[in-house]
Ligand binder design. Structure first.
Ligand SMILES: [Zn+2]
Length: 345
């Protein structure tokens, strides 16, 4: 540095320092005792809603919040067992680390979906609900609906992809136990309903899952809503432009949903495809939380193959919000390609 450069350097820095002194205190923010107002962190990081058009239908993704998978409820020692069970520990750890995913916990989001066809509002899954057993960062569907301007009583139908607590817990008002969606009919696949309400579930869940909380949630909600639950087949048109697609494995009666309007197609995968990394890049890796893991692999591959071949938009309940994108074929697996804001009408 020459002496002239040095002088300029010192002068410029002096000016910068003087400038810093002149910055109004509120813009610098927050020193205690200065009288500035900086809101305390609320911890509320729920992103609200994301809306887009699909032909004549309007789709709104609604955040129920986020949570860390409660591994204490399943029989695993290592959090990576959740999404990569039976995979060599070194191999999977290298995979998670190289993708910058944590290896000591499993962060997930939860995002129910509203399908508004103009004359009918259909909600797909309902999140955790804001009850005492829900994660403190979950159960935010009602505030996301309010933010999106959708009164709960305007919902005509709720379709459940399956009967896990993070998908059906929001069907009941946590204070009163009354239906959270006063005028809505609740659709669930016949197979799923039979599994959770019949004799089969306890033995199928043990010893891998702590059965009691899962059973209590499914039976409690489905029992309370008995008079408004209608069972559907796993492969039928359940409403105009909405088709159930069998995708067993995660649970025996799990369904995905195909939504179509004026030639535009959307595939709602539920928990048949749970993550945008492992589930796409290693669909053959076993998800511990699939009740039938081999069947889970087959369903995952079938859905991703269809989505990739037909270039269908995909929405995933547990994907990073809003969880909207495409599957691209990549070797004998797939790659997640998120849809940009500009892609959609
Ligand atoms: Zn789930």
């Amino acid at each position: 540095m020459t002496s002239v450069d040095r002088r300029d350097f010192v002068r410029l820095n002096a000016a910068a320092l003087a400038g810093a002194v002149l910055i109004p205190t509120p813009l610098r923010g927050g020193e205690p005792g200065t009288g500035t107002r900086r809101p305390a962190p609320s911890g509320n990081r729920s992103p609200g809603f994301y809306r887009f058009g699909l032909g004549d239908t309007e789709i709104t993704v609604l955040s129920d919040g986020h949570f860390h998978f409660p591994i204490e409820l399943i029989a695993v020692d290592d959090p990576l067992d959740v999404m990569a069970f039976d995979v060599d520990p070194e191999r999977r750890e290298e995979y998670f680390r190289s993708n910058l995913f944590p290896v000591d916990h499993i962060p997930l989001q939860a995002s129910p979906i509203l399908i508004d066809s103009g004359d009918r509002r259909t909600l797909v899954d309902s999140g955790f609900g804001a009850g005492p057993d829900s994660p403190p960062t979950g159960g935010r569907l009602s505030s996301s609906l309010a933010a999106a301007g959708v009164p709960p009583e305007s919902i005509d139908t709720v379709i459940l992809t399956h009967a896990h607590p993070d998908h059906l817990g929001g069907l009941l008002d946590p204070q009163t136990g009354a239906p959270a969606f006063r005028d809505a009919e609740v659709l669930i696949s016949e197979r799923e309903f039979e599994f959770w309400t019949g004799e089969e579930a306890p033995a199928a869940l043990e010893p891998d899952f702590e059965a009691e909380p899962l059973l209590a949630a499914a039976r409690g909600v489905l029992g309370a809503l008995e008079d408004r639950v209608r069972t559907i087949r796993s492969d039928e048109e359940v409403a105009t432009g909405i088709r159930s697609i069998p995708s067993p494995g995660h649970t025996p009666g799990h369904i995905a949903l195909g939504v179509e309007s004026r030639g535009h197609e959307l595939l709602i995968v539920g928990d048949a495809v749970v993550a945008t990394h492992v589930s796409f890049e290693h669909p053959e890796w076993h998800l511990f939380t699939d009740i039938d893991r081999e069947e889970g692999v087959r369903s995952r591959r079938r859905l991703l193959d269809r989505a990739a071949t037909d270039e269908m938009l995909i929405l995933g309940f547990h994907f990073p919000f809003p969880g909207l994108g495409y599957a691209l074929e990549h070797g004998d697996a797939y790659r997640w390609h998120p849809a940009g804001w500009n892609v959609l009408s």
